[in-house]
Design a protein around this ligand. Structure first.
Ligand SMILES: Nc1ncnc2c1ncn2[C@@H]1O[C@H](COP(=O)(O)OP(=O)(O)O)[C@@H](O)[C@H]1O
Ligand SMILES: [Mg+2]
Length: 328
């Protein structure tokens, strides 16, 4: 993971002139007006901004989870453009290259801790599953159509006096559709069984056990998310994000929903992973949280402002009143 190769000066991630406008009916909500950011390998960058300044929006664009405006610049990973249209490549970027941590954990409630932890490694690689479904559906369709013709003719499903070419074709098409549907259902059943087996025994389970174990969750594997504290949930979420061995971790207010002590635990955990080589981009409204990063940039008026040394940010800690206003 997190190849600790020295910083070569080539950005691992760039957002260039990113623009994003939301549309609420006829109302346009412009959020990003050309935000640019460049992150080097091995860096921990914090993007500091008040509530509603567009932090989540920017992070989603950087993660390939959302698309910038048409007149926008682009997102580049190791110099290569991340294209949302190119499903296979973007999926690989989202599922394997980066890990994403949400403020509200986004764990699946019906899965236990271990199953949640291995999700990133269970996502089918590339387009193989889609191609396989297509081939199975096609095969089912062809077999169904052949059986339909056979049924119309030799098996006498259509009595001789009612047998016309059109009716035989209609029967064959109906059988083709049924055949396709059955093949897709069989494929999905086998896939679900395979996932369940992999969840219990395969590499994904081993990776999840090792990551979640590192995070002190070994006694919680069989628990559902609702049975965990906020800090434990976030540890599962970070474990899940790191489960695919990503090069880069994007974290959206990873401590925003936690009390200070638990938040510090989570930040220490990120610090440990960062020291082992993980590149981190984190957004936060809290200068104290931002001060964990090597470098802090500010998001204001839809643009990324000056770079500054993280240590100086703590000096600017707003009063509690201001913090209450900016929570978000
Ligand atoms: N899907 C959406 N549709 C419309 N407006 C949105 C949407 N998502 C966010 N916004 C608006 O965009 C602005 C920035 O939101 P966001 O990126 O979530 O800010 P932050 O994470 O800094 O609090 C806010 O005014 C928010 O209301
Ligand atoms: Mg946000």
């Amino acid at each position: 993971m997190n190849d600790p190769t020295p910083d070569t000066g080539t950005p691992i991630l760039e957002g260039n002139d990113l623009r994003k406008t939301y549309h609420l009916g006829r109302v346009k909500v412009p959020v990003l007006h050309g935000a640019s950011i460049s992150v080097n390998q091995g860096e921990w960058v914090a993007i500091l901004g008040s509530s509603g300044s567009g932090k989540s929006t920017l992070l989603h664009l950087l993660a390939g989870l959302d698309r910038p405006d048409q007149d926008s610049g682009d997102v580049r990973y190791r110099g290569e453009k991340v294209e949302l249209q190119d499903g296979g490549k973007t999926n690989h970027y989202r599922n394997r290259t980066i890990g994403f941590v949400f403020q509200f954990y986004h764990l699946l409630p019906e899965l236990d801790v271990l199953e949640n932890g291995m999700l990133a490694n269970l996502v089918p690689r590339g387009r193989s599953a889609g191609v396989l479904v297509f081939i199975m559906a096609l095969l089912g369709g062809v077999i169904g159509a052949l059986m339909g013709f056979q049924a119309a003719g030799d098996w006498g499903l259509l009595p001789l006096e009612e047998r016309t070419e059109i009716r035989s074709v209609v029967l064959a098409v109906a059988c083709a559709i049924i055949g396709s549907g059955m093949m897709i259902a069989i494929f999905q059943g086998v896939q679900a069984l395979w996932l369940k087996t992999r969840m219990r025994s395969g590499d994904a389970a081993d990776v999840a056990r090792s990551t979640l174990g590192d995070f002190g969750l070994e006694k919680r594997y069989q628990h559902r998310p609702r049975e965990l504290s906020g800090g434990e949930r976030q540890r599962v979420a970070i474990g899940r994000a790191l489960g695919s061995n990503p090069d880069l971790l994007l974290a959206d207010e990873p401590t925003g929903n936690l009390d200070e002590r638990t938040g510090t635990e989570i930040l220490d955990l990120l610090q440990e992973k960062h020291r082992a080589g993980l590149t981190i981009v984190m957004v936060t409204h809290d200068p104290k949280v931002a001060s964990y990063a090597d470098r802090v940039v500010r998001l204001r008026n839809g643009r990324v402002l000056q770079n500054e040394d993280a240590d100086s940010v703590v000096d600017e800690m707003p009063t509690t009143d201001v913090l209450d206003e900016t929570i978000g």
